[in-house]
Design a protein around this ligand. Structure first.
Ligand SMILES: Cc1ncc(COP(=O)(O)O)c(C=O)c1O
Length: 298
């Protein structure tokens, strides 16, 4: 998103890191240059928010992490209960009660060459830090998005449900947005339909109905997306997962993005076209309900 003041560990006191079973100072949290996570993007991760000292939807994040790891035949050397403990300890040691965790599992060190069969020590770490992905201006006035030329890799290349360390095409799309003076990029799948944002899922509203692309179109099975679909049901907003074309985005009544980092972000412009309502009424209802869920979850 725009004006990213992405967490800079040097900008404030003591970010915290849990590495392979121990809390350590960030400067002691080191990973081998032979780690295949670094060399080849071979690994999986989760981004998790914590509010008031408690991780939001932790179980869902850990479930997704373990499924991503299974899908790439990566054995996480900790149980879900042990990683829950790691997250709790990291949050307790964090300098502030609200922030963001990055939980990463790499394939671990091994010989050069992409074959992971001789990587025997997956590395697991959790970083707690601040995160401000989205400026207040964007939160209030709405994001300007572009449709990127860079496409989302299809499920035939890499299943979008795997939250892997391979983000290069998302990064290229995000660079396109920055270059165009926009806040975020929307990636299409290889059929030219809407997949998702560079680090968020996308919803539109048309005639009062909430629409989002099915995951199989090339979207991460986002946890915030799931919360929004649940809230739509509670609020009796008709919601459907349906393939969407750029046309649907250009002609939407409302549009917004969802993600752990983004939370819910209204979209005001798509490729230079102003949407009629931003923040729109459906977004406002869902956003208020989301804040309530976050505060009740604590
Ligand atoms: C590519 C991508 N899509 C969607 C999302 C949103 O998912 P979630 O709501 O689980 O954070 C993310 C979050 O990191 C992401 O990286």
């Amino acid at each position: 998103m725009a004006n990213p003041a992405i967490a800079n560990p040097l900008a404030h006191a003591a970010p915290v890191c849990w590495l392979n079973g121990k809390l350590v100072a960030p400067e002691q949290a080191t990973i081998s240059v032979f780690d295949h996570g670094l060399l080849y993007g071979d690994g999986v991760f989760e981004g998790i928010r914590f509010y008031n000292g408690k991780a939001f939807r932790l179980h869902a994040h850990l479930e997704r992490l373990f499924l991503s790891a299974r899908a790439i035949a990566l054995d996480i050397p900790y149980s879900i209960a042990a990683l829950t403990g790691a997250v709790v300890d990291t949050i307790a040691a964090a300098p502030e009660p609200n922030g963001y965790l990055r939980l990463v599992v790499t394939r671990g060190p091994g010989p050069l060459g992409i074959d992971p069969s001789r990587c025997h020590s997956p590395q697991v770490f959790v970083i707690a830090d601040r995160l401000q992905l989205v400026s207040e201006r964007v939160r209030h006035e709405g994001a300007k998005v572009i449709i990127a030329a860079t496409r989302r890799l299809g499920a035939d290349g890499l299943d979008p449900r795997i939250k892997s360390l391979n983000y290069l095409n998302h990064i290229l799309a995000r660079m396109e947005a920055t270059h165009a003076g926009a806040d975020e990029a929307i990636l299409l799948n290889n059929a030219g339909r809407i997949a998702e944002g560079s680090a968020d899922n996308i919803f539109i509203v048309k005639k009062g109905e909430l629409l989002t692309p099915p995951v199989i179109e090339g979207a991460l099975d986002g946890i915030t997306r799931q919360v929004v679909l649940e809230l739509a049901q509670t609020l009796e907003i008709n919601a459907r997962e349906i393939p969407l074309a750029p046309y649907d985005l250009f002609t939407a009544d409302e549009c917004f993005l969802t993600g752990t980092g983004a939370e819910l972000i209204p979209v005001g412009h798509v490729d230079g076209r102003a949407l009629p309502a931003c923040p729109g009424p459906v977004y406002q209802r869902l956003s208020a309900a989301f804040r309530q869920v976050v505060s009740q979850d604590i």
